[in-house]
Design a protein around this ligand. Structure first.
Ligand code: 26V
Length: 804
């Protein structure tokens, strides 16, 4: 992009002056970041326009990926990488006296997501653009991302994450592309020329303004769009009647703008729930209107919509695209029901990301009816026709109809609506899809077997290897040349060096380098000196019961107790590292964070054990922190209760960076195991069929395990009595009870013995460095199968019908 380093330096200094009016000697890091990123964005602008022009003139089919979350993280480094300008800019800046890595730290993470589902959407955008597919993101521009986590006296405290504080260099506000979204009102039904006409009156209008972020593909030529919508009021205060209209006007503005204020507002109260529903409809309606505008430019009959547009919904949150598309086709375009339904259900496809019942969305009918009266009528009609068909198909089996109905008593079941209105339903790993077909969605699978398919998740190797672990990327390129960057499955080429001492040593050296780097980060952030030669055993992910961070910390308590009893115990020093945010209303999850911090404090201060055992809880886990942690991991903890983790994507990031997985046969771990075998990962615990069988029979007898395994009872008792830990009497009684009185819903104690034994195997295995490196190489080599490039190719050919 810049012809050479000198040209870059020259241009950069000119931009500094023209954009900020500053000479180099007065600039600070933030200025350098601002100028550099705006230059990159402007540069990408040309290819962005060309890409759009190309789509338009070729009438290319476009995919729109609707998601409430896009956890894109920082963009500067990745954009430079994809533009092929990373090294040149690094060198140029260095000569101007700046360190690129430090400049990258100036960017705030776009935390427009919560966890795996949002990060997957971001990896998909990168893979779509990098493989030159016409695929765009459609989301909400939340003013506040997921909260910023502080740990105060061991407890999680949530602060607002105002990621836009210093502006956002990557986005372009496009007021010319605004659309209107309507809420509330009442529907009037008239007959006109023997057709029913539906007209909503007394609605409230919200203006949706799009902000476009270029998604720069690898190579820099292909640039797609992430379009995020912001809610604004367009009313001026003279339009509000009555006295005090100025204050009413302010209130009104605030209520409109609140739609795009927060990601996942607290929905424990009615108001919060309503706001979430508003957000979902806002995204769906704004996104659809803008898609249809683009489609109109093709001047094709509306029948052609499914040939030119694919709409994908990332979990059920954007399911309202189905009735909204119906509404537009019927009320605006003027189609009849059957034709509208045919078009809609050939345009929309749906991914399910979880089987946890609490995450399966249901909305109170009364709320939907009031907020979206016309949409509710359409949903009712979809359901009426669907149930009518079911009754014919399953005569005398009303229980099947009841189970599959979209409207269930006073609730709207979003997954049911999503399945009925889509032509494709996919799970995110083979096991997960299997569970959907055989259990959670069985009646739907029986009805529509061809709709169901699997698409195992993947991650972008550009961010998670090339950018996060440049030394490893360099070593791979040196060894097998650079072809793997475009085709990551070529990484299997390093397999033949897995026994090569020289190669193993270099893998080891790189890991050590990354560990040292993480060590200094931890020191800088938390003031703790970590032993860089210890095993880095890492669990980073959202905090949830099923992910079993609790089992991990109970095991640490077990190890600590053992070391106190036998200080000379021979173990390889281990550093356990956690990073996790708990949902603000999930109190047990927050208590587990507290427990980890209490244990960490004591272990780290205890000079008798801290040479062998250390525990770190890293504050505010985020994409950019993940990029620092993952390349430094020796052991990747993927220890969910089998059957509960739909796929996991952290597991893949660790594998790609050479960590060995300690995991259950859950989610995509199963497929990792298929690739690399028992020898190259550490599996333990119940299998999913066993877990599901237990669930069917009311669980297992937790008391028996507690009574019969001293390792279990000893650790559990220390939650509520002062044993080796300075834990007050009953201090963690709530955690104790959460296991003992829920019959250990997540099988923490049932799997505990097997977890301990497997940790011992890790200790033994790590002693043989040659063997460890060999395993690590095998993991890296096979990680190409788990790239989002591969996954996206499958979506493209098997679901969306698009070519690159
Ligand atoms: C649920 C909720 C519940 C209330 C608070 C906000 C919120 C936000 C999202 C969700 C749905 C969570 C679904 C999800 O993130 N699933 C994860 O998706 C990953 C990508 O497919 C997958 O790797 C993980 O295994 C799966 O847990």
């Amino acid at each position: 992009m810049f012809s050479n380093k000198e040209a870059f330096k020259q241009l950069f200094q000119e931009n500094l002056v023209s954009k900020l009016g500053k000479p180099m000697k007065e600039a600070h890091k933030g200025d350098i970041y601002t100028v550099l990123s705006s230059m990159i964005r402007e540069y990408a602008g040309e290819n962005w326009a060309d890409t759009n022009q190309y789509f338009q003139s070729n009438q290319e089919k476009q995919v729109y990926y609707f998601s409430m979350e896009f956890l894109i993280g920082r963009l500067l480094g990745n954009n430079l990488l994809n533009l092929g300008a990373l090294e040149l800019v690094r060198e140029g800046l260095k000569e101007l006296g700046w360190d690129l890595e430090e400049i990258e730290e100036e960017e705030s993470d776009a935390g427009l997501g919560n966890g795996g589902l949002g990060r997957l959407a971001a990896c998909f955008l990168d893979s779509l653009a990098s493989q030159r597919y016409a695929g765009h993101g459609c989301g909400i521009r939340y003013r506040y991302g997921l909260f910023e986590q502080k740990i105060v006296e061991g407890n999680q405290v949530e602060l607002p994450d105002y990621w836009l504080r210093n502006g956002n260099e990557w986005e372009v506000r496009r007021p010319d592309k605004k659309v209107e979204v309507r809420f509330w009102g009442n529907v009037e039904i008239r007959e006109e020329e023997k057709e029913l006409v539906f007209e909503t009156h007394n609605y409230e209008t919200v203006t949706a303004i799009p902000y476009d972020v270029p998604v720069i593909g690898y190579g820099g030529e292909h640039v797609n769009t992430l379009r995020i919508w912001s809610a604004e009021s367009t009313m001026d205060y003279t339009q509000i009647s009555g006295t005090n209209n100025y204050y009413k006007f302010l209130d009104y503005n605030r209520s409109v703008e609140s739609i795009s204020e927060f990601l996942y507002p607290d929905d424990s109260q009615y108001e919060g729930k309503l706001l979430r529903l508003k957000q979902q409809y806002f995204l769906c309606s704004a996104g659809l209107q803008s898609i249809l505008r683009t489609f109109e430019k093709l001047e094709l009959n509306i029948d052609h919509l499914p040939e030119k547009v694919a709409i994908h919904i990332n979990d059920t949150h954007p399911t309202l695209v189905i009735p909204e598309l119906m509404r537009i086709l019927i009320d605006v375009v003027g189609l009849g029901w059957a034709q509208a339904w045919d078009i809609t259900s050939r345009t929309v496809s749906y991914t399910n990301h979880t089987t946890l019942s609490e995450a399966l969305e249901k909305w109170p009918i009364s709320m939907v009816k009031e907020l979206l009266p016309r949409i509710y009528m359409i949903i009712e009609e979809i359901n009426k026709q669907f149930c009518g068909m079911l009754m014919k198909k399953y005569p005398g089996q009303p229980e099947i109809v009841a189970q599959m109905s979209i409207i269930d008593g006073q609730q709207l079941k979003m997954a049911n609506l999503a399945i009925v209105g889509s032509y494709s339903v996919n799970g995110v790993a083979a096991l997960h899809t299997d569970i959907l077909k055989k259990r959670e969605m069985k009646p739907f699978y029986n009805l529509y077997p061809h709709r169901f398919n699997n698409k195992t998740n993947g991650i972008t190797h550009r961010r998670w290897m090339m950018h996060a672990n440049p030394m490893l990327a360099e070593l791979i390129s040196e060894t097998i040349s650079t072809g793997w960057m475009n085709d990551p499955q070529e990484m299997t080429g390093i397999l033949k060096y897995s026994e090569d001492r020289g190669f193993q040593d270099r893998i080891h050296t790189i890991k050590q380098h990354n560990k040292l780097k993480l060590t200094s980060y931890i020191h800088e952030k938390q003031g703790i000196v970590v032993d860089p030669y210890s095993i880095f055993d890492i669990q980073v992910k959202r905090l949830h019961g099923y992910k079993r961070q609790l089992m991990n910390v109970l095991h640490i308590m077990y190890l600590y107790t053992q070391l106190k009893q036998t200080p000379s115990m021979d173990i390889i020093p281990r550093t356990f590292i956690f990073g996790a945010k708990a949902a603000p209303s999930y109190s047990l999850a927050k208590r587990i964070i507290k427990l980890i911090n209490v244990v960490a404090d004591q272990v780290n201060r205890d000079r008798e054990v801290n040479q062998k055992l250390q525990v770190i809880f890293l504050e505010n886990y985020s994409v950019s922190i993940a990029e620092k942690i993952i390349p430094a991991a020796d052991v990747s903890e993927q220890i969910s209760t089998a059957s509960k983790e739909a796929s996991g994507t952290g597991n893949m990031k660790f594998m790609m960076n050479g960590a060995l997985t300690l995991g259950t046969m859950d989610g995509a771990n199963v497929e990792m195991h298929e690739m690399i075998g028992d020898d190259n990962m550490f599996l333990f615990g119940l299998r999913s069929e066993q877990v599901l069988d237990y669930y069917q029979h009311g669980g297992y007898a937790v008391k028996d395990v507690y009574d019969n395994d001293a390792r279990v009872s000893e650790v559990m008792d220390q939650l509520v009595t002062s044993g080796y830990f300075c834990i007050n009497e009953h201090e963690f009684g709530d955690i104790f009870d959460s296991i003992m009185s829920t019959n250990d819903e997540y099988f923490v104690l049932k799997d505990f013995a097997s977890y301990i034994e497997t940790h011992k195997k890790i200790d033994i295995s790590y002693r043989n460095s040659k063997e460890w490196q060999r395993k690590s190489i095998v993991n890296i080599a096979h990680s190409g199968k788990f790239t989002s490039d591969y996954t996206i190719r499958k979506y493209a050919s098997e679901i969306w019908g698009i070519r690159n």
